[in-house]
Design a protein around this ligand. Structure first.
Ligand SMILES: [Zn+2]
Ligand SMILES: [Zn+2]
Ligand SMILES: [Zn+2]
Ligand SMILES: [Zn+2]
Ligand SMILES: [Zn+2]
Ligand SMILES: [Zn+2]
Length: 2041
């Protein structure tokens, strides 16, 4: 006893002395030292004076020997000990050692840090509150599960439930355990007893220290603060307070200086705080701002520290002038308070100690210490007790003010116990303080309770730190958890009181943290209920409501919003927050995750003691939101106060339902349980009877009805006690009607008894009438009787009856009305009461005429509602279907909910479930049911969603008057059902009679009871009512309620048949001559067909019952003849008469007109915008086109247009609808922009190089494997579901019907046939009507944003910008281009260290990774230039941008287009070379080819018109000139001095580039390298044709167009000799083709040779210069390939031309080439040459494919033989054979022959070109990148894994490196690499996964959001600077967490305007939607959608798509130009910056 005790005791002294040691100041500079000192001291003491420090820190030495050494270390004169010396920190980085996540034997309970992912599994978790942290989540265990991930935010605190047996439905294997098996510490850690003892003593001491200091830190408590502030003796009090705070048992010197502290609160803003801080500190704004920030961060800040207390006091008043809170403490006290933070730091570290065994001991001891009582012996009672005047019981006062008692104990004061045992039922109406008292049992007064009670005294940062050591630790210790729960419940009243009234920062209150942990734990909450502690929770809550809401004499709460008195009235805010919070606590306490986990013990909730409490609570809400009907003036201002009441009530509804469900678990045999249930019914029943007010006598009868007028008195909607009674009746399967007639006078709490009363008889009508009032109120509101009360009354009604709340409200009320009929002896009384409440009794009794009621003309609507009410009474039998289990009932409800929501139209999942109650959505079988009743059609395009369509058979089961349908929707629903049924039968919709659906009740007892309800409808009185109603309808010709009425009559007859058989006489209906009225209806001329049909069916049913009586009744009325003729004329099926036929026609027309009107309405918006543009002649067709345009995406729409072309060839102007002709200029709106899809083969990137030479089918986005994989996953899901569904149709088939039906056919093949487009198109047409809205909605998904990006580089882009693509070499050398500098910088940074010194030169030689080239696209909507000019063009040039008048595609040019000659002409390709010299060819300028081509493309007539002088000629030329002039964009493409020259070159470039685009696209779309896969779509063909026409026309009309003579020759010379063209060799060919006089054959030979030379040089040079990977690759490829070619000449060529004269080639390379042997033995060993040959072939491949397209344009008859790929197994053989075929067609040599020619014939063109290129061009343009190789692989977006949740596994570092193509083969790469990387051990020291990133789909890089800037900024940065593929033109990002695609692009490459679009993600959930909820990560890649995105990126469709959809929807069309609008709010960023806090717990 020791040294431990002594040590510990001296510790307190040491801690107390620190203040003095540091001279009573804690500053920024010494706080780290103090912290370190405290850490050392505490570790030292806790290890028995340092004895066990070595056990704790085995890797350290250099421990201090004694305390004074520690102190000396800290106070030594010199610099303080370095951080690295601290023994308690990990040596690395000087950080505290990381938290050890291992938690063997206890729950993990790790608290989530901001930004960390939180995992929850729907399949494994007990409920939604069960979560896992990133360390524990074991992916493998949840494969195929519904896993949700969210990101923790600051306010979103929770702890990990891993290892908590109650949280999971099965045993989970923690990932930390899994990762660490075998890694456990090798040595056995034994914690010795003395260590344990000193740990205990130290923890005790530090906890006591905290409590003792906090006892005296009460200045901020509102009461204390108020008193201090207003006290005249503030100075004295302050000094007294400080004196009190001195420790008594150790020396604790005070000094005479004081601190002014400013505290944080939730209701002042920065500005206010800044203002006051500046006033006090007299400082600048900057400092004030920093202080204010500190206040917000830490929760408080020191403003002043001075000895002059008077000055401090002055400042004290100044700073608080606007309501801020400040306090004054002595400097010593402030120092001690801050010391607490250090101590808590140590505790936090200590309980998370890395060595697991020691940690367990510490945690155990910590829990023990926390739950022990705090000893107050040595503490001083603060002076405030004498300074505050108490009036009532002192303890209660202290309780309310958050103070301690005069013994420093926690006060008692919460009302928690009933004061007596026996109560009269009426007592429950008393105020709570008359019933409940505080428990007189003393509290535990444990340290824990103190620490929690003081929660409102801490400042923010301390508060958070303390929370972190309380709940997570105590909850995770399973043996202390019950103790914790008990102690927590004890002070729950305190905490609730503190939170509501005392907390400045109520959002941080500890009560939230803790209830979430304790009340959601079933075991703990059951304990609370069973131990009779419910009062501790409910008592204070009830008190809270009573105290803060005004109360009437009846003790009714008046539900007015508590007024917020001032901005600083935090009390009102905190109270309101506490109110709803506390109700949720109660729900959590009583709720079980699912009803099966209820145990019989839960029944104790219904024991009198608890039930009385519940009644007390619920009663506060009983009809307590009262409204009164307004008469006279319309209400002026509407109040939204009801929302609070409605919200709280909806919480209560779920509470009462849960209570009811407990009854399902009651053992019927158990007498005690039975008694509890019976007693509870009686008690509830009797309690409710007290609401009875008055009865009135009905004169005609001998009975009374309730006296209440809904329209006159205050009336409310909700009655939770009624709901509770209803639930209890339903779930207890009540059948004993006598119970409800039992009357009691009193009940006993303890014995759980009720005492009966003999005399008084109960009257259940009194209860049911309360419910009835709510029903009538709703009916009146619906009928428009309450309009004067404003719109919000309707809102309240809709809430109450809507599916969201009706379950607990409206449907309960109906149930009680049914019960009321069963219990009430007089059915007449029931009826009269109903009618009286509806205010229709006087009419019924003939005292009023129908038009005389108070409803006036609204009476018909009220009658409609009344009928529906009766219908509900008769048919809504679900609560009585006792034979069903609760699950079955729930499923039925959900089925109804879904069916009725879908029956009118198909909906997306989001739309469908928009208003569904969470109970339905969270139901485990929700999805199964959805599948059972509906068919799913997956989305078709880039932005639509999947749709659910109700199955046919479901329609047959629907009753439109069901209680699940809003009564006002009856007619529409009925029509929808009829229409649908008629679609599937041959009956007309009007002839279909819908049957009422009535369930048969069979359960013993309930059947008999319900018979009374049936009987009610068969009474004479009720039949009289029916008769009167029918009469009204017939008399007034009012059909409004007739359908409902007939349906009710129908239902009554069917109900009778169900119980009594078909032939049972329906006395009342027969006696009262209802049939007469039915016949009148049938014969009426004005009543609609459907009602007549219905009446006929009913009359038939009646005839079947008793023909004679009915007939005689009818004859009496109508005469015999009439009836005979009626019966004769009426065939079996009631064939309609002639006149009826006419009427039906009339009605049908009427309906059609109505539908048309509706449709027109939908279109109006769209049509309006285009009104001017639409031609008046044929609005119909334009309208249709418009629809198509909107409906479809991509180029399916253009397909439409061009297919029309095919039939006619002559196009129609979309504006004037006239056909094109040869006299007017016709053209296409086109969009010209730069594209970045022209990839280059990079250097030193072996993966990319490998892919470049790889076979394409491995690279395609969709390969069969992946498709199959996708299907398999879905199938798995479906199979699982299928087992559970026993429906007739399996949804699984339907889900992916497409693939499922063609298992062998992959979507790729469909693509080849263009099936997808076709299918989408027809499909779309069919559903054009129904989908219209969806399409419009889809636009909302696409969010456009314009960002003007002003940074230097892009500004520089402008002057340099356009026309730079053909670069002049010296330009580059001089380094003028900023772009180049930037790119060099980029290259440099990207290739980083791996680059050699001359790396940058190399990369320059081999070019950049992407070329930007101009390309053109069109929507294909041709128009006359005249019309275009008139309608579209504005004053400004159209280069700025305009929208196609039809489809709104953004366009910036107008390309003339002419009629093609009708007879195809032959084009001569062949021809002998005129010249064989390179330099001579390139300056040929006559363009002889052009003339030939011209006649091929332009019809004779037009050419004639253009040449022969006439008015037409002048007009055409003028228009042509204008077009050229205004197509300014063309000049940008190739800028040159002369307009004409740049135009023609631009057109050539566009033709070449556009052919390239389509070839590149075809690589992606096609399966392999087969040339025949290169198909150009019709629209693009038209576009290319037009371009060629335009181009040739410019040459042909040169003389007409160009006035001055131009120096063309010189221009060509400059162009071809001086400039280096970055347009690619194919485009060069096109340029030459239009320019030169040589035959095409010659030019091709020329170009092939040039190409070959460059490629060969480049490849050889690369072998030299890059890291050798390419060499390896080439050789590797060659190895596998069995080359059939003779490569001798190639070998010789290389050796002679490259190696002979040059020394720069490596000797090895030379040997490789030279040693090539042709005998087969050697070949396999040395195949370098073969590999090189293949590389050449591959590199030439794109050129040949492009060439093929071009030739096919000129000679459509040419087609390469379609090779059946079977005999050419190797793709290389295929390529070679196809290239040979082209060569032979063109009569040019193959590559081998070319080598031979070059070698052998110096006079040939080939030789000359080779020589020139090799020796002149390459050296000259080497530095300009002439050796750049075009990428010949598949150009496409990076691969995405099939499953979205793969992104969860990817540690950020891995992803960054994952260029998806980095490894093996093709498409599955990214998936596999991700997996393999994820398998690598997850280091705990690494940061947890941060999910807030985006991936660039172009380059595969990850863009993080870790910097303060917004994610959009980061994306733009990547777009502009970092991305090597975006080329600053277009980037596509994917954000996995938000599941969204972000497109950033420039519509105009010459401006700085960057646009951002959000597109729906390709990952869809099973509902075909991409808008996932709450971090749902179970999406699957929709391959088609991703494929579509990829394709549109390649073929430029994305610009068109985005401009069509997004810009149009923004409605910014202004005179044809596009106004780029800045959007006000950035939704995307809003989401990002708020760390996605969509979770709350
Ligand atoms: Zn965990
Ligand atoms: Zn775990
Ligand atoms: Zn799971
Ligand atoms: Zn026209
Ligand atoms: Zn268009
Ligand atoms: Zn990128």
């Amino acid at each position: 006893m020791t040294s431990i005790e002594e040590n510990v005791k001296s510790l307190k002294g040491t801690l107390a002395s620190l203040a003095k040691l540091f001279e009573y100041t804690r500053t920024d500079s010494n706080k780290a030292i103090i912290n370190d000192l405290v850490m050392q001291l505490l570790y030292f003491t806790a290890t028995n004076g340092g004895k066990h420090l070595h056990d704790l820190f085995p890797n350290k030495n250099n421990f201090p020997d004694n305390v004074s050494e520690i102190l000396r270390g800290a106070t030594a004169a010199g610099p303080f000990p370095k951080i690295a010396d601290k023994f308690y920190v990990d040596g690395k980085e000087g950080k505290l050692s990381d938290i050890n996540p291992i938690h063997t034997g206890r729950p993990c309970s790790k608290k989530f840090k901001k930004g960390e992912p939180i995992y929850r599994c729907h399949d494994c978790g007990f409920d939604d509150t069960c979560v896992l942290c990133t360390y524990c989540f074991n992916k493998k265990e949840h494969e195929g599960h519904q896993v949700y991930v969210s990101i923790a935010s600051a306010s979103n605190e929770g702890i990990c439930d891993c290892g908590d047996p109650e949280a999971w439905t099965r045993e989970l294997h923690c990932n930390c355990e899994y990762q660490n098996t075998g890694k456990k510490s090798k040595r056995d850690v034994v914690v010795e007893d003395d260590l344990k003892m000193s740990i205990k003593a130290t923890i005790d001491l530090v906890l006591n220290f905290i409590i003792e200091v906090m006892i005296h830190t009460n200045h901020t408590l509102p009461e204390v603060h108020k008193n201090l502030k207003s006290s005249s003796t503030l100075k004295g009090l302050t000094i007294d307070f400080s004196d009190d705070a001195s420790f008594q048992d150790v020396e604790d010197q005070n000094n005479r200086s004081f601190c002014l502290i400013l505290w944080n609160d939730e209701f002042h803003n920065y500005r206010e705080a800044n203002d006051r801080i500046q006033a006090v500190l007299e400082c600048d704004e900057g400092l004030a701002h920093r202080v204010a920030l500190n206040v917000d961060k830490e929760g408080r800040a020191l403003l002043k520290n001075e000895t002059d207390i008077d000055s401090i006091i002055d400042s004290y008043y100044i700073v608080q002038r606007n309501g801020l809170t400040a306090t004054i403490h002595s400097s010593r006290d402030y120092f001690k308070q801050e010391l607490i933070k250090d101590i808590v730091d140590w505790l936090t570290q200590f309980i998370n100690f890395p060595i697991f065994e020691i940690q367990s001991v510490i945690r155990q001891i910590f829990c023990e210490s926390m739950t022990e009582a705090f000893d107050t012996t040595n503490t001083v009672v603060p002076t405030y007790l004498s300074s505050i005047s108490f009036n009532l019981s002192k303890e209660k006062e202290c309780f309310e003010r958050g103070l301690l008692t005069d013994q420093n104990k926690i006060p008692r004061g919460g009302l928690t116990k009933f004061s007596k045992d026996e109560y009269a039922v009426g007592d429950l109406k008393n105020a709570i303080d008359k019933l409940l008292v505080a428990d007189d049992k003393p509290l535990a007064n444990s340290r824990l309770q103190y620490l929690m009670y003081f929660d409102v005294r801490y400042w923010k940062s301390l508060r958070k730190a303390i929370h972190n050591i309380i709940t997570p630790v105590l909850v995770s210790n399973l043996s202390y958890k019950p103790v914790f729960a008990e102690q927590f419940v004890e002070i729950y009243p305190h905490l609730l009181n503190n939170r509501a009234y005392l907390d400045r920062e109520w959002l941080l209150n500890i009560i939230q943290d803790t209830t979430v942990q304790l009340f959601t734990c079933p075991k703990t909450s059951l304990n609370i209920l069973v131990n009779g502690n419910l009062g501790s929770i409910l008592g204070p809550v009830i008190q809270l409501f009573e105290k803060n809401r005004s109360i009437t004499e009846n003790n009714d709460i008046i539900w007015r919003r508590r007024p917020i008195l001032s901005p600083s009235d935090n009390i009102s805010r905190s109270i309101m927050a506490t109110e709803s919070r506390s109700l949720s606590d109660i729900v959590q306490l009583i709720e079980c995750p699912n009803i099966n986990s209820f145990k019989e013990e839960h029944l104790c909730i219904l024991k009198n003691q608890n039930l009385a409490l519940l009644i007390l609570l619920l009663e506060k809400f009983q009809s307590n939101w009262k409204i009164k009907r307004k008469e006279g003036e319309h209400v002026l201002t509407e109040s939204t106060e009801f929302t609070v009441y409605f919200e709280l009530n909806s919480i209560l509804y779920s509470l009462v339902k849960k209570i009811g469900q407990i009854l399902l678990k009651v053992n019927k045999e158990n007498e005690t349980s039975k008694q509890i249930v019976t007693n509870s019914i009686i008690l509830l029943n009797n309690f409710l009877q007290l609401n009875y007010r008055k009865e009135k006598i009905i004169e005609q009868g001998d009975f009374t009805v309730m006296d209440f007028v809904v329209a006159k008195e205050e009336v409310g909607f909700m009655n939770p006690v009624n709901s509770l009674l209803s639930y209890v009746l339903e779930y207890s399967k009540w059948t004993d009607t006598a119970i409800l007639n039992d009357k009691i006078i009193s009940f006993s709490l303890q014995r759980n008894e009720v005492r009966h009363h003999d005399n008084n008889i109960c009257d259940f009508l009194r209860i049911s009438d309360i419910s009835l009032r709510a029903i009538v109120l709703c009916s009146q509101i619906k009928s428009g009787f309450w309009v004067r009360n404003g719109m919000l009354v309707g809102k309240q009604e809709a809430l109450y009856t809507g599916s969201f709340m009706s379950e607990g409200g409206f449907l309960r009320d109906i149930h009680l009305e049914q019960c009321s009929i069963m219990v009430e002896p007089s059915l007449k009384r029931s009826l009269f009461n109903f009618l009286d409440r509806f205010d229709l009794l006087n009419w019924f009794l003939n005292k009023e005429q129908i038009e005389e009621t108070k409803y006036d003309e609204k009476v018909y609507y009220i009658i409609e509602e009344l009928i529906i009410f009766f219908y509900d009474l008769l048919t809504n039998r679900l609560p009585f279907r006792y034979e069903l289990t609760e699950e079955q009932k729930e499923e039925l409800k959900i089925k109804n909910l879904i069916s009725f929501s879908l029956c009118r139209e198909p909906l997306t999942y989001s739309k469908l479930t928009e208003n569904f109650p969470p109970m339905a959505l969270e139901h485990p079988k929700f999805y199964d049911i959805l599948q059972e009743v509906s068919d799913f059609s997956p989305p078709r395009g880039l932005s639509d969603s999947g749709l659910y369509r109700l199955k046919d058979w479901v329609y047959k089961t629907l009753d439109p008057l069901s209680a699940f349908v809003d009564s006002s929707d009856f007619q529409e629903t009925a029509n929808a059902i009829r229409t649908e049924l008629s679609n599937h039968s041959h009956v007309k919709a009007d002839d279909i009679v819908l049957q009422p659906r009535i369930a048969k009740l069979e359960y013993p007892g309930v059947f008999e009871n319900f018979e009374r309800v049936s009987k009610f409808f068969k009474t004479m009185q009720f039949a009289k009512l029916l008769y009167k109603l029918l009469q009204v309808s017939v008399d007034t010709d009012n059909e409004g309620f007739l359908p409902n009425l007939l349906h009710l009559v129908h239902a009554i007859i069917l109900d009778d048949e169900i119980s009594n058989g078909k032939n049972h006489q329906l006395q009342s209906i027969i006696e009262i001559p209802i049939c007469n009225l039915l016949l009148m209806i049938i014969e009426s001329q004005s009543i609609s067909q459907s009602n007549i049909k219905k009446a006929e069916v009913i009359l038939d049913l009646l005839f079947q019952k008793d023909e004679t009586i009915i007939e005689s009744s009818l004859i009496d009325c109508f005469g015999e003849e009439h009836i005979k003729s009626y019966r004769k004329s009426k065939p079996k099926n009631g064939e309609a008469s002639e006149s009826r036929e006419e009427k039906r026609k009339r009605l049908a027309q009427h309906r059609r007109a109505k539908i048309m009107k509706k449709f027109e309405e939908q279109q109006r918006q769209f049509a309006n915008k285009n009104k001017k543009l639409l031609s008046p002649e044929s609005p119909e067709s334009s309208k249709e086109r418009n629809n198509n345009a909107i409906d479809k995406e991509g180029d399916s729409i253009m397909k439409d247009e061009s297919e029309a072309d095919e039939s006619s060839e002559i196009r129609t102007c979309i504006l004037c609808q006239m056909p094109e002709n040869n006299e007017e200029l016709f053209g296409l709106p086109c969009f010209i922009n730069k594209s970045s899809i022209f990839w280059k083969v990079p250097l030193n990137d072996s993966a990319a190089i490998k892919l470049n030479f790889n076979e394409w089918n491995n690279q395609n986005a969709i390969n069969d494997d992946e498709i199959n994989h996708g299907r398999r996953v879905f199938d798995e899901i479906n199979n699982k579901k299928r087992k559970r569904i026993d429906s007739r149709e399996s949804h699984a088939e339907a889900l992916f019907h497409h693939e499922a039906s063609n298992p062998t056919e992959s979507p790729i093949e469909e693509h080849q046939d263009n099936n997808i487009e076709d299918e989408g198109f027809h499909d779309a047409l069919e559903h054009v009507e129904s989908d219209y809205d969806d399409v419009i909605n889809a636009y909302d998904d696409i969010i456009v944003d314009e960002i003007e990006y002003n940074n230097n580089d892009s500004e520089n882009d402008t002057p340099m910008g356009e026309g730079i693509d053909i670069e002049i070499d010296h330009d580059r050398e001089e380094g003028h281009s900023v772009e180049d500098v930037q790119e060099d910088y980029q290259n440099h940074t990207q290739q980083g260290q791996s680059e050699t010194t001359d790396g940058s030169n190399i990369s320059k030689e081999f070019g950049k990774s992407v070329d930007k080239r101009y390309v053109i696209s069109t929507c294909g909507h041709g128009m006359h230039y005249k019309c275009f000019n008139q309608y579209v063009k504005t004053a400004i040039s159209y280069t700025v941008g305009y929208q196609c008048p039809l489809c709104r595609t953004l366009s910036n040019s107008f390309i003339p287009s002419f009629i093609k000659p009708s007879l195809p002409k032959e084009f001569e390709i062949e021809g002998e070379p005129i010249s064989s010299k390179y330099n001579q060819i390139v300056v040929q300028k006559n363009g002889k080819n052009t003339e030939k081509i011209c006649s091929l493309f332009i019809n004779e007539q037009f050419l004639q018109n253009l040449i022969r002088p006439s008015a037409i000629k002048d007009k055409l030329l003028k228009d042509l000139c204008l077009t050229i002039k205004e197509n300014q964009i063309l000049e940008k493409i190739y800028s040159d001095k002369t307009n004409y020259f740049s135009n023609i070159q631009s057109l050539s470039i566009l033709i070449g580039n556009t052919i390239q685009v389509h070839e590149i696209t075809s690589r992606f779309l096609s399966k392999d390298e087969d040339f025949n896969e290169v198909e150009i779509s019709k629209t693009d063909n038209t576009l290319l044709t037009s371009l060629i026409q335009f181009r040739t026309l410019l040459t042909c009309c040169k003389k007409e167009l160009v006035k001055a003579t131009v120096t063309e020759l010189m221009e060509y010379e400059v162009l071809w000799k001086e400039k280096f063209l970055h347009v690619g060799l194919f485009t060069e060919l096109i340029m030459l083709s239009f320019q030169c006089d040589e035959s095409l054959q010659t030019l091709i030979q020329f170009n092939v040779t040039k190409n070959f030379t460059i490629i060969l040089t480049s490849l050889l040079d690369r072998c030299q210069k890059d890291d050798g990977s390419i060499t390896i690759l080439i050789c590797a490829n060659g190895d596998e390939y069995d080359c059939k070619e003779d490569l001798t000449f190639l070998q010789t060529l290389i050796v002679e031309k490259f190696f002979e004269n040059k020394n720069e080639y490596l000797p090895e390379l030379i040997t490789c080439i030279k040693s090539y042997k042709f005998n087969n033995v050697q070949k396999s060993k040395n195949s370098f040459l073969v590999g090189l040959y293949l590389a050449i072939i591959r590199s030439m491949l794109p050129f040949y494919r492009q060439l093929y397209s071009f030739i096919r344009l000129l000679k459509p008859s040419f087609k390469i033989k379609s090779n059946d790929n079977n005999h050419l197994k190797n793709k290389n053989d295929l390529i070679i054979s196809q290239m040979k075929e082209i060569s032979s067609y063109l009569k040019i040599g193959t590559l081998c022959e070319l080598s031979e020619t070059i070698l052998s014939n110096e006079s040939k063109l080939e030789f000359n070109v080779f020589d020139n290129v090799l020796h002149s061009k390459i050296p000259k343009f080497r530095a300009n990148g002439i050796l750049t190789l075009e990428y010949s692989g598949v150009i496409r977006l990076i691969d995405l894994p099939m499953q979205l949740d793969k992104f969860l596994e990817v540690p950020p570092a891995v992803l960054k490196k994952t260029d998806s193509r980095a490894t093996d083969s093709g498409a599955t790469v990214s998936t596999s690499s991700v997996t393999s990387n994820a398998e690598g051990s997850l280091s705990y020291t690494s940061n947890p996964i941060n999910l807030q990133y985006s991936i660039c789909l172009l380059c595969g890089n990850k863009v993080d959001l870790n910097t303060p800037s917004t994610l959009t900024d980061q994306l733009i940065r990547h777009f502009l600077l970092d991305c090597e593929k975006s080329a600053r033109l277009l980037s596509i990002f994917f954000n996995p967490f938000k599941n969204i695609i972000v497109v950033i692009l420039k519509f105009n490459s010459s401006t700085n305007l960057v646009s951002k679009f959000l597109l729906p993600s390709p990952y869809l959930n099973r509902h075909g939607e991409s808008n996932f909820r709450r971090g749902e990560f179970n999406g699957l890649l929709n391959v088609k959608r991703f494929h579509e995105l990829n394709k549109m990126w390649l073929n430029q469709g994305l610009y068109a798509f985005l401009s069509r959809t997004a810009i149009c929807s923004r409605n910014v069309l202004q005179g044809g130009g596009i106004n780029m609008e800045q959007l006000p709010n950035d939704e995307f960023d809003m989401l990002t910056d708020q760390e996605v806090g969509f979770m709350e717990w």
